[in-house]
Every structure is written in C-alpha cells, then in structure tokens.
Ligand binder design. Structure first.
Ligand code: SF4
Length: 134
C-alpha cells in the first residue's frame, strides 16, 4: 500500500507526474478562499518532519520502477510541501535513486527562509503558484 506517493497522474506541464505528499491535509501558511482543497485546518509556518522520513524513503525504494518510468517526481499534495523539515534530505535521496527530474509545487511563502536555499539549489525544477489576492 502506498501512503506517501500517488499516481503517476497526467499533467499538462509535467507529463506523467508521480506525486509525493508529505504534509497533513490542509496544513498551510495560508487559507485562500479559492483553495480547491477547502479551508485550512492547520495554519502554520512551523517546519516539521510531519511524516517519518525513513518511511517515505522505504516507500520510494519499494517503487523504484515507478520513479524511473515517470516523467517527473512532483512534491506537492494536500499541504504546503516546504513545511516538511527534511525536504532537502528527501530531494537528495530521490536524486540518488533516479534520474527522473524533480519538481516542488509551492506557494513560495517560506522561500526567504535560509533553510530553503539548500533544498532548492539541488532541485531540477520548482514551481511557484503565485497568489495575487493582496
Ligand atoms: S497556499 Fe495553496 S494550498 Fe494553501 S490555502 Fe492557498 S491555495 Fe490552498
């Protein structure tokens, strides 16, 4: 059974995109009224290891064929993925397992935090969803 990965799902930008979900449902720094996931239940900027890193890595190891056959590995899901405190470690681990490019879909709210610089310096791609409702 897969707990942290889903798909691959078809994406217009990314082709066959294998998703990785690391954050509990609607855990996000924002509560946008148009969010397709509904109201934010945990509004936070607190970075945590929300799911055990070792269990995520184990699941990836058990699905190496799917990692290799996908067009992209996309870290996204039901909360803001940059809240995951071991995001950089996870990206490094994925890059050791496969040459499939990696994307993080983020609202960008934590980008100015120094810790993000190491994560994103090793990424293939990252995508910001820009929120223009200031
Ligand atoms: S930032 Fe994204 S996930 Fe968070 S509430 Fe807004 S639309 Fe939803």
């Amino acid at each position: 059974m897969k707990r942290f990965i889903y798909g691959p799902v078809p994406s217009r930008r990314l082709g066959r995109s294998l998703g990785i979900d690391l954050i509990p449902h609607k855990t996000c720094p924002y509560d946008c009224i148009y969010c397709h996931l509904g109201r934010t239940t945990t509004k936070t900027m607190q970075k945590q290891e929300y799911v055990p890193f070792s269990e995520v890595v184990n699941e990836l190891d058990q699905n190496l064929d799917i990692l290799d056959s996908s067009d992209y590995i996309t870290i996204a899901g039901s909360g803001e993925p940059t809240l995951y405190s071991r995001l950089g470690d996870l990206i490094t681990s994925i890059k050791e397992k496969t040459h499939t490019p990696i994307a993080v879909i983020t609202n960008g709210s934590l980008h100015l935090m120094l810790a993000m610089q190491c994560c994103f310096s090793i990424l293939t791609d990252r995508f910001l969803i820009l929120h223009l409702n200031t």
